[in-house]
Design a binder for this molecule. Structure first.
Ligand SMILES: [Zn+2]
Length: 318
C-alpha cells in the first residue's frame, strides 16, 4: 500500500512537472518582433483585398501590402513598465486557469503593443499573437480581462483550426466552401480574428438553405466624409446561401444580386447561435464572447446551454 501510494504521488509530481513544462509562455514582443509578426504572410494578409487596405490606411490610393507594412512599422512599440506589470499580474492571478488551457494553446502566446493605429484601433489577433491597443491597456479591470480572454479564444481556436468544424458546430454552424460573388468579394472586409469564411448557419427559411455572415465595405471603399472612421465602414449582413454539394452558393434575388439579410429580419439566426452576445458577425466572434462568459462563470445569460456546450468541449479537449 505504501509503495502504491508513493508511486501514485511520484507520478502525480511528474504529471505536475510535465504540465508546467508544457504550459504556454506569454511573450512580450519587441517592436522588431512585432513588425515581423504583423508583416508576415498569413491567413489574414493573403486574403486582404486592395480596397480594404485603402480603408486601413484611410487613403484609397494606398492599396499595397508595402504601404500596409509601413503602417505596421509605425504602429508597433514597446510595452511600458506599467502595461507589463498589469499583464503580468493578470497572468499570475489566472495562472491556474491559463495552465489548464495550455494543452489547447500554442507554445508561445505573443503580446504586441501598438499605438492603436492598426485595424481601426480594435484589439485583435494575428497567428499566435494578441495585438494590444492603448485604450485597452489603460481601460478598467473588468474590460481589460474580458478583452484578454476574448482575444485569447481567437489564438486558441486558430491553434485548433483542424477542429474548426466541431468548434463552430457548438453554435450550429456547418462546413461549406463559401462562394462570394465578385462585386461583394472586392468590397470584403477581412476580420483578422476570423479571416476564413468556411461555415454556414443552416436555417429554416423560404429563400435559401441558410446564411453566411459577411463583412464588407461601402461601395467605393474608404470614404473620408463618413464620420466614425473604421467602424463606420463596417457593413454586416447575412448572405443567403444554397448548399450545392460542398459549396455554399449565394442565393440570388430577382435582379441576380446576392440576398443580404439584416440579422434583425432573421430571428432563426439568433435561435441557432444563442442570444448571449450581440457580437454575431462570425461564429468565431460569437464563440469568443461565450468563452469569456465561460471563464467568468457567467450566470443568468439568455442561453446558458451555449456556454455549457463550449465549456464541455474545452473540458474534453484540454
Ligand atoms: Zn474577436
Amino acid at each position: 500500500m505504501r509503495v502504491f501510494l508513493t508511486g501514485l504521488m511520484a507520478s502525480a509530481a511528474a504529471l505536475a512537472l510535465s504540465a508546467a513544462a508544457n504550459a504556454a509562455d506569454y511573450v512580450f514582443a519587441t517592436p522588431d518582433e512585432a513588425y515581423a509578426h504583423l508583416s508576415a504572410d498569413d491567413e489574414f494578409t493573403v486574403r486582404l483585398q486592395p480596397m480594404e487596405i485603402g480603408l486601413r490606411l484611410e487613403d484609397n490610393a494606398q492599396i499595397s501590402r508595402e504601404a500596409l507594412n509601413a503602417l505596421y512599422r509605425d504602429s508597433v512599440r514597446d510595452f511600458t513598465d506599467e502595461e507589463r506589470a498589469r499583464l503580468d499580474a493578470l497572468l499570475a492571478e489566472d495562472a491556474a486557469l491559463l495552465e489548464s488551457l495550455s494543452p489547447l494553446l500554442p507554445d508561445d502566446v505573443v503580446f504586441i503593443a501598438t499605438n492603436g493605429g492598426i485595424d481601426g484601433g480594435f484589439p485583435h489577433t494575428r497567428g499566435n499573437a494578441i495585438v494590444f491597443t492603448p485604450s485597452w491597456l489603460a481601460g478598467g479591470d473588468a474590460g481589460f480581462r474580458q478583452t484578454f480572454y476574448h482575444e485569447l479564444w481567437h489564438v486558441l481556436s486558430r491553434h485548433n483550426r483542424d477542429r474548426a468544424d466541431e468548434i463552430y458546430a457548438l453554435i450550429g454552424f456547418e462546413p461549406c466552401e463559401v462562394m462570394v460573388p465578385e462585386n461583394l468579394s472586392e468590397r470584403r472586409l477581412t476580420n483578422p480574428d476570423a479571416p476564413v469564411n468556411a461555415h454556414y448557419a443552416p436555417l429554416e427559411m423560404d429563400q435559401a438553405d441558410g446564411v453566411v455572415p459577411v463583412l464588407f465595405l461601402p461601395e467605393g471603399g474608404y470614404d473620408p466624409t463618413l464620420e466614425g472612421g473604421f467602424g463606420a465602414h463596417l457593413g454586416f449582413s447575412l448572405m443567403a446561401v444554397d448548399l450545392e454539394g460542398r459549396h455554399c452558393e449565394p442565393a440570388l434575388d430577382g435582379d441576380g444580386n446576392p440576398m443580404l439579410i439584416a440579422p434583425g429580419n432573421l430571428p432563426q439566426y439568433l435561435d441557432l447561435i444563442g442570444r448571449n452576445t450581440g457580437y454575431i458577425i462570425h461564429p468565431e466572434e460569437t464563440l469568443a464572447d461565450n468563452f469569456v462568459l465561460w471563464v467568468n462563470g457567467a450566470e443568468g445569460v439568455p442561453d446558458p446551454e451555449v456556454v455549457e456546450r463550449l465549456g464541455a468541449w474545452i473540458e474534453a479537449n484540454r
